[in-house]
Each structure stands twice: as structure tokens, then as C-alpha cells.
Design a binder for this molecule. Structure first.
Ligand SMILES: C[S@@+](CC[C@H](N)C(=O)[O-])C[C@H]1O[C@@H](n2cnc3c(N)ncnc32)[C@H](O)[C@@H]1O
Length: 303
């Protein structure tokens, strides 16, 4: 069953999949990996690739962003109602001229932000389904498909300019929902994995917010908290702890050497592990002079 990311997410890995796929551990192909973990889930491009292609039995997906995980949980449990709501948004939006579309976008954004204070007190409820529909609508119609929150947790991305945005991709959502029946979803900090993973027949792909290449290029606002160098160091510790348990690990990050050849931050943090480069066309975090091809790092604890 083919399914693909249903949401646009900064740092999404769809473009890099071809290069990443050849770096997966050979145990995945051989069928020895039974458990897959992705603790910085975002749009989940690598998760979809793996669940579509390999005989893994259990999937554990998490992200610190509770709004994002809410959408996954609604797709997992209430996809039919979600589809009805998105169908209504699609119809309404398609029938409007540009000015009215803008006004409609801001109306939905207002509703989305207004209901945020009590939504996470409840378990899956009709309010969640509406919230998931609003988030997908905003993601498909906002500027660049960004998800960015202000300090108070309000979604603040402006309206985008699209001729015919696909607000509802029904068959993909149905496929995603079927696949998610086999998945465990959680709101969690990545370090939770240290306690959770017990068996070595596991593979973890880490795709944290990238370390900014320069102070001005920082895009760290996926959630209310930012991901600074202290967080990167904490992550390298988690990597080391899981490595000691014999778990296969792969991790992406930016390559500081694009702008400063003397910056050995990752060589220091991942000493003793394999560090390779892949080339990417960066959209976010890009240094203006370097737009186009740029290298990124890929750390693994296997050959
Ligand atoms: C680069 S994105 C992942 C992109 C994803 N691989 C994709 O293909 O769309 C990084 C994700 O890390 C999440 N995140 C930030 N800090 C985190 C933390 N401390 N623990 C877990 N997730 C975190 C963000 O919410 C964001 O979704």
C-alpha cells in the first residue's frame, strides 16, 4: 500500500530519499530489523518509505509538536470524518476569488488559534477532528506550507498564493490511515527513546531541527521551544546511549563546513561514528549565496 507524506513540513526528506535509502542498514533489507523508531517525525518521508518497502513489524513515531501528532492520531482513528471536513474546505475555497480566499484563510487561522488552549486536555474528540482539518487546510494554503508558532503558541504563517491547492487528497489519506493502524504515535522528547528501546533488532532515524549554518538563517520554530547547541549535544548523548545497546542508528544534520571549514562541532559530537555527506537543494535555512547545492551530514553507527 503506497502512502506518502500528507503534510508539507520544513526539512521534509522527500527530496533526499534516493540518497538516504542507500544508507539504510543492510539488516533492514535482510529482514532482521523488527522495530522502526522516528523521534523527529515531521512529515514522515522516511517512515513512509520504510513502511512501504521493508518487512518491519512495529513502528514507533514521535515528535515534540503536539499539534502535529494530533493530526496523525486523527488520521489513524477518524479518517472518514476528517475527509468530510476537508471536502467542505476544498469546495468552499475553490469557489472563492483571491481576496475572499485570503479572508477565508485568516478566518480559519483565527478559529484554529482560538481553540488551542483546551484542546490537548481532551483525548480524541470531535474537536480534535476539526482541529486536524483546520491544520491540514492551513498547511495547504499558507505561505510555503510552513508550520510556525509565535511565543504564545499561536500559528502565525500568512496566507499563500495557490491556483488550485489540493486540500484533500482522499486516496492518500485513506492509505495513510490504513498504514497508521500498525503504528504507535506519541508526543515526546527524543530522549524518551533511551528508556523505550530494549531490543537490538531496531533501527532509529533521527532528523532533528538542523543546526543553523549562520545566526540569521536559523529556522528553529517548529514548536514553542528552540533547538540550540545544548539540544544538539543532548541528542549526541542519546545517540551514544542507544549505540551501546547495539541499535542501528542514522542521523541527519546540516554541514557547518558549507560556511566554515574549521567548524568541527559534529566531528566532536559524533567521534567514532561514520559521518558522510549527501547533497541537497535547501529551501529553508539556506544561506543566500549557497542557494542550490549544499552538503548535509549523515551519521551512522554501522558501515
Ligand atoms: C527536520 S524536522 C523533521 C522532518 C521530517 N523528517 C520530514 O521528512 O518531514 C524536525 C522535527 O523535530 C521536532 N522536534 C523539535 N524538537 C524536538 C525534541 N526535543 N524532541 C522531539 N522532536 C522535536 C519538530 O517538531 C520537527 O517536526
Amino acid at each position: 500500500m503506497k502512502a506518502k507524506p500528507f503534510i508539507k513540513w520544513a526539512g521534509g526528506k522527500s527530496q533526499l530519499l534516493k540518497q538516504l535509502r542507500v544508507k539504510y542498514p543492510k539488516e533492514l533489507e535482510l529482514g532482521f530489523i523488527k522495530n522502526y523508531y522516528e523521534p523527529f517525525l515531521g512529515g514522515g518521508a522516511v517512515f513512509f518509505d520504510i513502511i512501504n518497502s521493508y518487512p518491519v513489524e512495529n513502528f514507533y513515531l514521535s515528535d515534540i509538536n503536539e499539534e502535529l501528532i494530533l493530526v496523525y492520531q486523527v488520521i489513524q482513528n477518524e479518517v472518514e470524518t476528517l475527509i468530510e471536513l476537508l471536502q467542505a474546505y476544498q469546495q468552499k475555497y475553490s469557489g472563492l476569488d483571491n481576496d475572499k480566499r485570503k479572508a477565508y484563510f485568516f478566518q480559519i487561522r483565527e478559529e484554529y488559534n482560538h481553540s488551542r488552549f483546551h484542546i490537548h486536555d481532551k483525548n480524541l474528540s470531535p474537536d480534535w477532528i476539526l482541529r486536524a482539518a483546520q491544520m491540514i487546510f492551513l498547511n495547504k494554503t499558507c505561505f510555503n506550507g510552513l508550520f510556525r508558532l509565535n511565543k504564545n503558541g499561536g500559528f502565525n504563517v500568512p496566507s499563500g498564493n495557490y491556483k488550485n491547492p489540493t486540500i484533500l487528497d482522499k486516496s492518500n489519506l485513506i492509505n495513510v490511515s490504513k498504514l497508521l493502524q500498525r503504528v504507535d504515535l506519541k508526543v515526546a522528547d527524543f530522549s524518551q527513546l533511551e528508556k523505550v528501546i530494549t531490543t537490538a533488532d531496531s533501527f532509529v532515524y533521527f532528523d532533528p531541527p538542523y543546526r543553523p549554518l549562520s545566526k540569521t538563517s536559523a529556522f528553529t520554530s517548529y514548536s514553542k521551544t528552540s533547538f540550540d547547541d545544548q539540544a544538539q549535544i543532548r541528542l549526541a548523548k542519546t545517540f551514544n546511549i542507544l549505540n551501546a545497546k547495539g541499535i542501528k542508528l542514522m542521523l541527519s544534520n546540516s554541514d557547518p563546513k558549507n560556511v566554515d571549514k574549521t567548524d568541527n562541532f559534529f566531528e566532536t559530537q559524533y567521534a567514532g561514528f561514520r559521518i558522510q555527506t549527501v547533497s541537497a537543494n535547501r529551501m529553508i535555512n539556506s544561506v543566500s549565496t549557497k542557494r542550490g547545492k549544499i552538503t548535509e551530514l549523515l551519521m551512522t553507527n554501522y558501515p
